[in-house]
Design a protein around this ligand. Structure first.
Ligand code: PAF
Length: 280
């Protein structure tokens, strides 16, 4: 498996692939790969000739008191997993090359990124759009695959692609869950067994909301109250938000229009911040 660290090498390799008419699929990641990421790689492989996985723990998307320093890093393990999942190449640049001294240019989406996680993590999406725009410029992929678990991220990136005329198809792949329903996340590895049990309340709350909608309850306040109450029964779970939003704009809705809305939750399980969502 080829691992490229330099931007110049990545640009020329991608250029070479394009000259051979290879369709390039990109899976942007921060490493600490799990089955959810591997499903994105497999999906990219179905749709593209060459799959590039970027592995970069992007400092600009972490707030000052967040887990950037402790974020799990294991490049050899991640490269091996990428290869097994069918990726062709890993791009793992250094922070010094991506953000050299004096770096001062950022990409900001100013609407979708303001709600949900944008409230408690005000600079997060600016970091995401900046790094993703850079990856799109360096690699110029034909398509890029993101996970539905980060639904707001997917919506922000789609908006950026549309607003800035990037020539890339954004593919959003379904959330991969543990057998009991917990959404796969790189941060799950930070949960103790007790926290892991309590974290399940997030999925259960979403699942309950979906059942209620399927049973004809469309009032957002009622659904949110039920979900919040369920999580409130867990001592270690502190809800950051439970919202019902339009899937495209991420703006809160009062009534669920089935097929158009989703419930999104962010919660602390002690010191581990988790997010999840369900389409309603
Ligand atoms: O979803 C992630 O892992 C990150 O936000 C991304 C898209 C790789 C940008 O750093």
């Amino acid at each position: 498996m080829q691992v490229i660290a330099s931007i110049f090498d990545m640009q020329s390799t991608a250029e070479d692939l394009r000259s051979k008419d290879r369709l390039i699929g990109l899976v942007p990641t921060m490493g600490a790969l799990h089955e959810g990421h591997l499903s994105l790689i497999r999906l990219a492989k179905e749709r593209a000739d060459t799959v590039i996985v970027s592995i970069f723990v992007n400092p600009t998307q972490f707030g000052a008191n967040e887990d950037f320093a402790s974020y799990h890093r294991d490049l050899p393990r991640d490269v091996e997993l990428c290869e097994k999942a069918g990726a062709d190449l890993v791009f793992a640049p250094t922070a010094e090359e991506i953000y050299p001294k004096g770096y001062s240019t950022y990409v900001t989406e100013e609407s979708i990124s303001k709600t949900l996680c944008g409230i408690s993590r005000p600079s997060h999406f600016r970091g995401v759009t900046t790094i993703v725009a850079k990856l799109f410029n360096i690699i110029r992929p034909d398509l890029a695959v993101f996970g539905q678990k980060d639904a707001q991220q997917g919506a922000v990136i789609k908006k950026m692609v549309n607003d800035l005329h990037f020539c890339v198809d954004i593919v959003v792949a379904p959330t991969v869950r543990e057998p009991d329903g917990l959404a796969m996340s790189s941060r799950n590895r930070n949960l103790t067994a007790t926290q892991r049990t309590e974290a399940l309340a997030i999925f259960q709350a979403l699942h309950k909301a979906k059942e209620m909608v399927d049973g004809g309850v469309y009032n957002a306040d009622r659904l949110i109250a039920e979900a919040t109450h369920h999580m409130g029964e867990r001592r270690r779970v502190r809800v950051i938000y439970t919202s019902i939003v339009d899937r495209g704009t991420m703006e809160a809705v009062r009534e669920v229009l089935p097929g158009k809305a989703m419930m999104a939750i962010a919660a602390w399980v002690d010191e581990v911040r988790l997010i999840d969502n369900i389409l309603l």
